[in-house]
Design a binder for this molecule. Structure first.
Ligand SMILES: NC(=O)c1ccc[n+]([C@@H]2O[C@H](COP(=O)([O-])OP(=O)(O)OC[C@H]3O[C@@H](n4cnc5c(N)ncnc54)[C@H](OP(=O)(O)O)[C@@H]3O)[C@@H](O)[C@H]2O)c1
Length: 323
C-alpha cells in the first residue's frame, strides 16, 4: 500500500512517498481504507526531531494519528457490522499517512451522514481536545475566555465551542486577515498577536481584571505573557507549544494569584473517552453548530507540502491530507 514516511528527522522534505506491506486487522481491531488524514502542528515538530522523549518514534516511520475512512475488514472479536461503515479513528501518533490503517475498535467512531471525510478527519483531534479543554477549565456561561492562537486548527474549534458554551471570547491571531476570520467565527474581540503591544491590547479588551480562563495554544514567552492576563482565581491551560515549549509558568506565582494551572496531561484521554468525544464533535458538525476550518487539503503524496504549509503559518485553520 501507499504511505508517506518520515525517512529521517528534518525539514518537510524528509516526508517521502513509499510502498509498504498492508496492515491486517488484529484481534479487537478494524482495518480502515483511509480517505482523509488529520495533520496537527506537533507532527511537524516530531518530524523535525523535537520531543522524542515524549513521542518515541524512530525514522523511518509513518506519521499521522487521526484518520477518516471506510471500514474494510474486522479482526477476531469485532462485530462484522462495522464493515462498510464510515468512521474516524484515533491511532495514537503513527500509521495515519497511509492507504490502510488498523485501529483498535474502541478508538473508532461512526461519521454521521452529511459530514464529509475531510471535516471528520479535521475534528478527530481538534474537536476532542477542544471539548476536553473547555470541560477541564470549567468554562461557564458569562465567563471571559482568552484563546491564544485562535486562528489554527484547534483554536478555530475552541472559539466556536466557547461561544456556544455562553462565554465571552477574546482571541489572538497574527495579522488582519486571520483576526477578521476569527471574529467572523464568533469571537467577541480579536487582538493581533503580531503587534508589539498585543498584551496591552488584550488587557484592555478583557477589562475587569483579566480573563477567567486562558487557553494557551502557543506557549513559550507568548504563553507566559498570556498568563499575566488571567484574573485572580482564574484558570490557565498551557497545552500548546508551537513556539517550541509550553508556557514556562512558575507554579508559585500561580498559587500566589489563586490561578489553577492545567497542562497537556489534563486532556490526555483513554481510547474510549476519545471516541465518545469524537462522536459528540461530529454530531455538532452534522447539526451545523461546529465548522472545522480547513485552510488547505493536499494529497497523501504531498504530505511534505502540507507540513511546509503548517509551518509557513499562512493558512486559516488547518491542513488535511486526502488519500
Ligand atoms: N490539535 C490537538 O488536538 C492538540 C492536542 C493537544 C495539544 N495541542 C497543541 O495545541 C497547539 C495548537 O495545535 P494545532 O494543531 O491547532 O496547531 P495549528 O493549527 O498549526 O495552530 C497553531 C497556532 O499557533 C499560532 N502560533 C503562534 N506562534 C507560533 C509559532 N511560533 N509557530 C507556529 N504557530 C504559532 C498560529 O497562529 P498565528 O500564525 O496566527 O500566530 C496558529 O494559530 C499545539 O501546540 C499543539 O501541540 C493540540
Amino acid at each position: 500500500m501507499r504511505v508517506t514516511q518520515a525517512v529521517a528527522f528534518g525539514g518537510p522534505e524528509v516526508l517521502v512517498p513509499a510502498e509498504v506491506p498492508a496492515p491486517v486487522a488484529g484481534t479487537g481491531q478494524v482495518l480502515v481504507a483511509v480517505a482523509a488524514v488529520d495533520t496537527i502542528f506537533v507532527e511537524t515538530q516530531v518530524r523535525s526531531g523535537w520531543g522524542t522523549d515524549y513521542f518515541p518514534v524512530e525514522p523511518p516511520y509513518v506519521p499521522g494519528g487521526g484518520i477518516a475512512g471506510t471500514v474494510r475488514a474486522v479482526g477476531p472479536g469485532v462485530d462484522g457490522a462495522w464493515v462498510g461503515r464510515r468512521v474516524v479513528a484515533s491511532l495514537g501518533f503513527t500509521g495515519g499517512y497511509a492507504e490502510l490503517a488498523a485501529a483498535p475498535v474502541e478508538s473508532v467512531t461512526p461519521i454521521p451522514d452529511g459530514v464529509p471525510f475531510t471535516d471528520a478527519a479535521a475534528l478527530v483531534h481538534d474537536g476532542v481536545t477542544a471539548t476536553a479543554l473547555l470541560e477541564a477549565t470549567e468554562v461557564k456561561p458569562g465567563e471571559t475566555v482568552l484563546i491564544v492562537g485562535a486562528s489554527g486548527g484547534m483554536g478555530t474549534v475552541l472559539v466556536q465551542l466557547a461561544k456556544a458554551a455562553g462565554a465571552r471570547v477574546l482571541g489572538t491571531a497574527r495579522g488582519a486577515r486571520k483576526a477578521a476570520f476569527v471574529r467572523d467565527l464568533g469571537a467577541d474581540a480579536v487582538v493581533d498577536a503580531g503587534a508589539p503591544d498585543w498584551v496591552e491590547a488584550a488587557r484592555e479588551a478583557l477589562g475587569n481584571g483579566g480573563a477567567d480562563v486562558v487557553l494557551d495554544g502557543v506557549g513559550g514567552q507568548v504563553g507566559l505573557a498570556a498568563f499575566g492576563l488571567v484574573a485572580p482565581g482564574g484558570r490557565f491551560s498551557a497545552h500548546g507549544a508551537p513556539t517550541g515549549g509550553f508556557a514556562p509558568v512558575d507554579p508559585e506565582q500561580a498559587r500566589a494569584r489563586g490561578v489553577r494551572l492545567l497542562g497537556i496531561e489534563d486532556v490526555r484521554l483513554p481510547d474510549a473517552e476519545h471516541a465518545l468525544r469524537a462522536a459528540r464533535a461530529l454530531a455538532e458538525a452534522a447539526a451545523g453548530r461546529l465548522r472545522p476550518v480547513i485552510g488547505a487539503t493536499f494529497p497523501l503524496e504531498r504530505a511534505a507540502d502540507a507540513h511546509a504549509a503548517i509551518e509557513g503559518r499562512g493558512l486559516l485553520g488547518k491542513v488535511v491530507l486526502t488519500v
